[in-house]
Ligand binder design. Structure first.
Ligand SMILES: NC(=O)c1ccc[n+]([C@@H]2O[C@H](COP(=O)([O-])OP(=O)(O)OC[C@H]3O[C@@H](n4cnc5c(N)ncnc54)[C@H](OP(=O)(O)O)[C@@H]3O)[C@@H](O)[C@H]2O)c1
Length: 257
């Protein structure tokens, strides 16, 4: 897939959940578009391996192993961007998780806590520290939160996931409204079914799911992670300068019918 040249040239971007799937693709697309990067996830060796490849292609990349549910870890990742590159211009808050879907009344309390912790609290902590850093340098910025098609309607992913992804849109809109005057834009992706470790896990548990989901999608297929990454990078770029508080569907038309 071709990139518009250098959409993020000169920008410093933090990508969470960069050790696989959509986050790793976002790191690759952002690097190709000229961003200096900080990559965050718990599996540091996976980040280092990705970073090594991107550096070989000329990108500046730093890695922050850490958990998005830890305020200290998130703060450390943001501080790494500021210490290393002088500021933070952009962030893709993409780290997320899922658990075995179940009917609401049969869902484990622990699964609810896990999903809400990572998918909602994690995004909240990222926004908090990233916006703090952007305000401190006074340079504005652009943040994209990876919600889901489950952020705009119920899906088979289960109540905790659907609730957390809806709530991410609430955070996105609030942050967009509160910080627009400071030159900070905040948007979300309503991402459809995408090939990744997460979706492979769903297909492994329920082999018929892929075919069922393909049939429900107007494009009849699952997204490549780079297709989602391209949207995140565009929203982080100055080409999206009047876009804030928005939810962009990247779902092959699944949300349209
Ligand atoms: N794939 C889909 O069909 C789909 C559809 C809609 C939305 N999404 C959303 O897209 C995002 C990325 O998912 P993916 O599909 O690319 O799945 P994935 O390949 O499983 O990636 C998930 C990423 O999140 C990281 N992560 C999970 N828990 C974390 C934590 N506590 N702290 C830090 N990082 C954590 C993982 O890294 P570590 O394990 O190394 O920490 C990994 O890099 C998620 O928010 C997901 O909800 C996916």
């Amino acid at each position: 897939m071709t990139d518009a040249a250098g959409l993020l040239a000169g920008k410093v971007m933090l990508v969470t959940g960069a050790s696989s799937g959509i986050g790793a693709a976002a790191a690759r697309v952002a690097a190709r578009n000229g961003a200096a990067l900080v990559l965050m996830a718990r599996r540091l060796p996976r980040l280092e391996e990705l970073a090594e490849g991107l550096r070989a292609e000329g990108a500046e990349v730093a890695c922050a192993g850490g958990d998005v549910t830890s305020s200290d870890d998130v703060e450390r990742a943001v501080r790494l961007a500021v210490d290393r590159y002088g500021r933070l211009d952009a962030a893709f808050n993409n780290a997320g998780t899922t658990t075995e879907p179940a009917l609401l009344h049969e869902t484990d309390d622990a699964d609810f806590d896990t999903v809400l912790d990572v998918n909602l609290r994690g995004v909240w902590l990222c926004l908090k520290h990233q916006i703090g850093a952007m305000l401190a340098t006074g340079t504005g910025g652009a943040i994209v939160n990876n919600s889901s098609i489950a952020g705009v309607r119920a899906t088979s992913a289960g109540a905790p996931y659907v609730a957390a992804k809806h709530a991410v849109l609430g955070l996105t809109k609030t942050a967009a409204a509160q910080y627009a005057a400071h030159g900070i834009r905040v948007n979300a992706l309503a991402t459809g079914l995408t090939r990744s470790e997460m979706s492979e896990g769903v297909f492994a548990r329920d082999p018929a799911a892929e075919e069922r989901m393909r049939r429900r999608n107007p494009q009849g297929r699952v997204a490549d992670p780079e297709e989602v990454a391209q949207a995140a990078v565009w929203l982080c770029s100055d080409q999206a300068s009047f876009v804030t508080g928005a939810t962009m569907a990247v779902d092959g038309g699944a949300g349209a019918w």
